[in-house]
Design a protein around this ligand. Structure first.
Ligand code: CLF
Ligand code: SF4
Length: 290
């Protein structure tokens, strides 16, 4: 049974455009923008746009209902059989929206074998993990921007947790605890875990290796250090240079495998990650009605 499990895990990674450098030219992903609400407030986030923990903010995007999302999946998988991964990555936090689970339930009924992916801020991960396992979510991204509450308190303004608001360092303590417990439990449950880290010059720039060490202990498969896109309360902070981002990746590599080909996609992106069809051809989208 272990052999089957290992083979399946290998296949999932080999066909995932974000987890495998080679796969990105051969396989695609489809994001379903079904999750508008968020339960935290990151300082680099502008609410009307997408979650920048994973996504490039662009125009305000249309939120899909679960039923419409299923229709789009059917159409896309028949038109583009190279799409191997269905993901939910916003525009808010997937775990803060019941529609995420409803959508995945509907898609799972039609496509029993498709890889499900998700990207979350991790606040609700431990609590929601059993549901994710049941739905067959195979690959999971948690954005961890700091493992020190003093630093995270500067990156995230507040969290909303079980009906209460916690500001700054107090909120950061809860979030970091939940994130680390969540990724550990997810990896133990067999999910292939990725950690995204937004590199914020002057705030967490010297903290990357600390994060890498902590996530290595919890069997994270791959880490994705992404440059800040300055906006919102962080509009005044400069974006890191490519050299700075790369230096952070190089320093973290001894602890955990590094993803270096992230395109900071939109929450409604689909196709190859290097050729986002959402942005590339509105016209073709209209023709295909997807
Ligand atoms: Fe989407 Fe993210 Fe899954 Fe990939 S994207 S939920 S892990 S299927 Fe990939 Fe896009 Fe970078 Fe994300 S290139 S933003 S890492
Ligand atoms: Fe914005 Fe995403 Fe942070 Fe929520 S988790 S505040 S949507 S960047």
């Amino acid at each position: 049974e272990n052999v089957t499990f290992e083979k399946e895990r290998y296949r999932i990674i080999a066909e995932h455009p974000c987890y495998s450098e080679k796969a990105r030219h051969r396989f695609g992903r489809m994001h379903l923008a079904v999750a508008p609400k968020c339960n935290i407030q990151c300082n680099f986030c502008v609410r009307d746009f997408a979650c920048v923990n994973e996504n490039r903010p662009g125009v305000t995007m249309e939120v899909l209902t679960p039923v419409v999302a299923l229709e789009k999946v059917k159409q896309a998988l028949s038109d583009y059989p190279f799409i191997k991964v269905i993901g939910v990555a916003g525009p808010g936090d997937p775990l803060a929206n019941e529609e995420t689970f409803e959508t995945l339930r509907l898609v799972r009924e039609e496509f029993p074998n498709i890889t499900f992916c998700m990207s979350t801020n991790g606040l609700m991960l431990s609590e929601k993990l059993p549901e994710l396992v049941k739905l067959g979510v195979a690959t999971l991204t948690v954005t961890i921007n700091a493992v020190d509450p003093e630093i995270q308190g500067q990156i995230c303004d507040h969290i909303n947790y079980h009906g209460k608001t916690y500001k700054g360092v107090e909120g950061a303590k809860i979030q970091i605890k939940n994130q680390l417990e969540g990724i550990e439990a997810a990896a133990k449950a067999g999910l292939v875990v990725k950690v995204n880290t937004v590199f914020v010059p002057g705030i967490n720039d010297r903290h990357m290796v600390e994060i890498a060490k902590k996530i290595r202990e919890r069997d994270v498969y791959i880490m994705n250090i992404m440059p800040l896109i300055p906006q919102g309360a962080f509009a005044h902070i400069r974006a890191p240079t490519p050299e700075e981002t790369q230096a952070a990746q190089d320093a973290s590599e001894p602890y955990v495998r590094q993803m270096r080909h992230c395109r900071q996609c939109r929450a409604d992106a689909y196709g190859y990650i290097d050729q986002d069809m959402t942005q590339m051809s509105e016209e073709r989208r209209n023709i295909l009605k997807i």
